[in-house]
Write a protein that binds this ligand. Sequence first.
Ligand SMILES: Cc1cc2nc3c(=O)[nH]c(=O)nc-3n(C[C@H](O)[C@H](O)[C@H](O)COP(=O)(O)OP(=O)(O)OC[C@H]3O[C@@H](n4cnc5c(N)ncnc54)[C@H](O)[C@@H]3O)c2cc1C
Length: 388
Amino acid sequence: MKNHRRDFIRKATLVGLSTGLGLGACTRYIPTGSDGNFYINSSKGLPKVNVSKKRVIKESVGLRPFRKKGPRIELQELDNKKIVHNYGHGGSGWSLSWGTSKIAADIIDTLYSKEVAVIGCGIIGLTTARTLQDRGYNVTIYTKEVFPRVTSAMATGTWSPTSRLILKENITPAFTEMFQQACSHSFNTFQRLLGINQMVNWMENYHIASNDHSSNNGHQKYAAKAQLFSHEMNFYPSPNQLNHRDNPFKVKHVYKSPTTIFNIPIFMKMLRDDFLLAGGKIEFKTFNKPEDIDALPQKCIANCTGLGSLELFGDEEMMPISGQLCFLIPQPELTYRASMSGVYFIPRKDGIMLGGNGIENNWDITPDDEVTDRYLEGVAEMMKIMKS
Ligand SMILES: Cc1cc2nc3c(=O)[nH]c(=O)nc-3n(C[C@H](O)[C@H](O)[C@H](O)COP(=O)(O)OP(=O)(O)OC[C@H]3O[C@@H](n4cnc5c(N)ncnc54)[C@H](O)[C@@H]3O)c2cc1C
């Protein structure tokens, strides 16, 4: 296990630091008529992250509920229950939550039962429960854990609908169709939540590439956007390679694009409050085997147990992909995110989050100091190559 960890972000050293392109401070274009094509070094650079181990305020390791065949959204009849599964979202659960919950609710609509038990209180359980309430269902959530002890609380919280979602070899036309529906519905729902208590925000992302490609190729066995998106699916502008004048870093290949960020603690609190306000109930209960579900009073069940479905339903397609995060003291002046060589930082309301790793089949949720140190080194490196 340690070896896997040690392999992580070894490549943090930047290629191209000495390309001679770092010509000094940020510059501003002065339009002085037709001959105004020159620069002065007067504009301010981006505010910098204060990187120091002493500023680390919390760390977490979450287990992405990865399913080799992608999320399972389907009906299963078990004894006298109708179970609608909605689990296995890998590194894309926040992004796809509203979308797969809509698909699960569409299936539940065909079952003619107004009482629904939702098992699980992560982002998938909560969005499923809220979607059902909005359609007039009486919903009870049964769960082992709630925020902050669920995987959903330990996520980065960016729009990443294809992150560690499905193995490339398992993509089928039916899966692609389901994915596209879920993705579009989710995106539209998130945009409607903009402006409400800063649950959702837009932010510029700078990606510092070590060559002239804007995306890294580290996850080749997982399906990429190109394999799952249709031509019409353009949620926001493609990353734009910055020219020298607009580039806040002293290296050549920097790409900028806007992206959607979710403020996880407030988002989950709002969903839970809204659920309770709409008459929903939450009961703590652990299900060890399918027969435990049979004892519930409701006939219709939405299974949103994430990684729990491995044990509960014996789904061997499931495996954890762990991801460690580390948070620094918030700096309100930071309004952009950046990534380089597998390390990123995002200024969230609950701290400046550093992250980027993924270890398959790792069940260990103890934060590893070595990983934290590499995150800190990676972000310190980004600050070093930033124009001042
Ligand atoms: C480090 C990291 C970064 C991530 N970043 C992003 C990102 O930027 N964008 C994105 O879209 N996604 C991201 N994800 C993925 C996302 O967090 C998950 O896909 C999502 O949280 C899964 O939600 P869930 O509700 O299915 O699972 P969970 O949050 O794990 O919830 C499962 C619920 O089921 C309950 N449960 C489980 N088993 C049982 C049982 N037997 N009996 C009773 N209750 C049970 C649990 O207590 C819990 O309440 C990230 C994940 C990690 C770990």
